[in-house]
Design a protein around this ligand. Structure first.
Ligand code: ADP
Length: 265
């Protein structure tokens, strides 16, 4: 039995601090993320997916309700989180290795250990690059890499300090479909091996169905959880699962929930 790692209890958030329903970006959200699990939040644009991400990382406090991590209320920015976004956000003037080492340079947690034992951290970064198929690219600059390779490097940077939670906000949204599938498989394998907890925000229902253990579907603004789906497909999942009836059925069902919520809005 897995432990609850993150819990949102009746969380509502308005960006102007008002408690009126019409001002809420998300409304009365309840959500549980278990340690080591892969959770996806899906929903139409503007439904509050990124807002959820900010709440979970402590970057935004709820207007109403509570956010707990490891049974403690979150009251400010949480450490031990890795994040990657649709745009790779790699620093153009740093090579790939130096980009990946950035979390060690900026985090006070590594202030001494990084300076004392840099070789150990470099080794770790190189091992991760190897795992995501970027061996030999460490001295290249971001602009020398394709979009897919840049996203691989971004995910390495988000994972190098072994965060307890990896938050991914539409990480593959800007990639072509072949590259996107390659990155789904990369993420599937990394998570199976390293067992970190993932929260993936996406509007791609196939992506959610392929990768996640739990899928939360959100309504249009104010964002509410309108459906929770436990994905019971066996792991490891082959990419060809997408052509199996059980998979297409799940994606259709999720699409139906989103369509119904849009029509009700
Ligand atoms: P999504 O990620 O699903 O597209 P967001 O969480 O970005 O949705 O936004 C949810 C709602 O909150 C939207 O109506 C958006 O306009 C609003 N919103 C997001 N960020 C801010 C902000 N910083 N200030 C005011 N409103 C915001």
């Amino acid at each position: 039995m897995s432990l609850p790692f993150i819990e949102l209890e009746n969380v509502s958030l308005s960006y102007n601090g008002s408690e009126r329903l019409e001002d809420m970006a998300i409304h009365e959200v309840n959500l549980t993320i278990e340690k080591g699990s892969f959770t996806a939040v899906v929903g139409p644009s503007g439904c509050g997916k990124s807002t959820m991400m900010k709440l979970l990382s402590g970057l935004q406090a709820p207007t109403l309700g509570y956010v707990f991590m490891n049974n403690r209320e979150v009251s400010g920015p949480v450490s031990g989180i890795g994040m990657a976004f649709q745009k790779s956000t790699l620093l153009a003037w740093r090579n790939i290795l130096d980009n990946i080492l950035l979390p060690f340079e900026v985090s006070p947690d590594y202030e001494y250990s990084y300076r004392r034992d840099k070789a150990k951290f470099v080794k770790k970064a190189l091992a991760l690059l190897d795992k995501v198929g970027l061996k030999g690219y460490e001295k290249h600059f971001p602009w020398e890499l394709s979009g897919g390779m840049q996203q691989r490097a971004s995910i390495c940077r988000a994972l190098v300090h072994e965060p307890s939670l990896l938050i991914l906000d539409e990480p593959f949204g800007a990639l072509d479909s072949f590259t996107r599938e390659e990155l789904w498989m990369m993420l599937r394998d990394l998570q199976a091996e390293q067992k970190f907890t993932v929260l993936l925000v996406t509007h791609d229902l196939e992506e959610a169905a392929f990768l996640a253990d739990d899928i939360y579907v959100m309504s249009t603004r104010p964002g509410r959880i309108i459906h929770e789906e436990k994905v019971t497909f066996e792991r490891p999942r082959s990419i060809d699962i997408r052509y199996e009836p059980k998979f297409t059925h799940l994606v259709q069902e999720l699409r139906g929930h989103i369509k119904a919520a849009k029509e009700a809005a």
